[in-house]
Write a protein that binds this ligand. Structure first.
Ligand SMILES: NC(=O)c1ccc[n+]([C@@H]2O[C@H](COP(=O)([O-])OP(=O)(O)OC[C@H]3O[C@@H](n4cnc5c(N)ncnc54)[C@H](OP(=O)(O)O)[C@@H]3O)[C@@H](O)[C@H]2O)c1
Length: 246
């Protein structure tokens, strides 16, 4: 691995599939050594690592359950890389549960992964982040526009947007940028149920651009924020929704 080389290091949480896997693959193509974090998807994460290496890139794995109270500590303890240049806080869950049906266990799981882990993974990784680093958080379009039946999930993305703004101000003196990307509906396991039974047509009906977006659409924007062209952008939430509900 590239610990001893000058290669920049990117840590992507939830890189075993979906947007995280696409982001890891893109950042590896852009020359980063990529640390692929996963929770339960060990086989999937290993497959992503193998793909990256087959394409000539460099990657390593770290496991941590981010719903656990000590999830961020465990992630950091598993990191062998002394420095991190880019952190992508991507891991997330999205139970489609209305305010009427939500129970406390589901709510706790949601808030622990989507909020507490984002906060404390960032806190821990900052101890290894070099000057000029980048933090990119996964928000969602649902933080700015109402979708039925996901109020708690939507609120966790509002947390992400506010944290992004606050940390951008705090970390500016270290030349660390902090931004978020806000996808619309992206075709991943998280949205499988939503896109079935005519759901894909309904989604396209809300978008200015036609088609259902694949994870690489989001990875492209994350790559901009992580790369040299993104160095003067901070505290922003970049929409990646194909113009949803304009
Ligand atoms: N898909 C969309 O339409 C969409 C839209 C807006 C925002 N987003 C956001 O984009 C991010 C990625 O979403 P996705 O669609 O790519 O979802 P996904 O395909 O379901 O992947 C979720 C990732 O998060 C990880 N994860 C979930 N719970 C975890 C836990 N307790 N501990 C550790 N890792 C955990 C999973 O890892 P393991 O399986 O290995 O545990 C997996 O790699 C999320 O933050 C989501 O809210 C998605």
């Amino acid at each position: 691995m590239s610990n001893s080389s000058s290669r920049k290091v990117a840590l992507v949480t939830g890189a075993s599939r979906g947007i995280g896997a696409a982001t890891a693959q893109r950042l590896a193509r852009d020359g980063f050594h990529v640390v692929l974090h996963y929770g339960s998807g060990e086989a999937e994460a290993k497959a992503v690592k193998a793909d990256i290496e087959r394409a000539g890139g460099s990657a390593s794995l770290v496991q941590a359950d981010l719903s656990a109270r000590d999830g961020a500590d465990r992630l950091l303890a598993g990191l062998t890389e002394p420095h991190i240049d880019v952190l992508v806080n991507n891991a997330g869950v999205a139970p489609f549960v209305s305010i009427f049906d939500m129970d406390v266990d589901t709510y706790d799981q949601l808030s622990n992964v989507n909020m507490r882990a984002v906060f404390f993974v960032t806190q821990k990784v900052l101890t290894r982040m070099r000057e000029g680093g980048r933090i990119i958080n996964l928000s969602s379009i649902v933080a700015r526009t109402a979708f039925p039946d996901i109020p708690a999930y939507s609120a966790t993305k509002g947390f992400v947007d506010v944290l992004t703004l606050q940390l951008a101000a705090t970390l500016g003196p270290r030349r660390i940028t902090v931004n978020a990307v806000a996808p619309g509906v992206i075709e991943t396991r998280l949205t499988t149920g939503l896109l079935e039974n005519g759901g894909a047509d309904a989604v396209q009906g809300m978008q200015a651009l036609s088609g259902i977006a694949t994870p690489d659409r989001v990875a492209n924007v994350i790559a901009f924020l992580a790369g040299p062209d993104g160095s003067w952008t901070t505290g922003q939430v970049l929409d990646v929704s194909g113009g949803t509900k304009l």
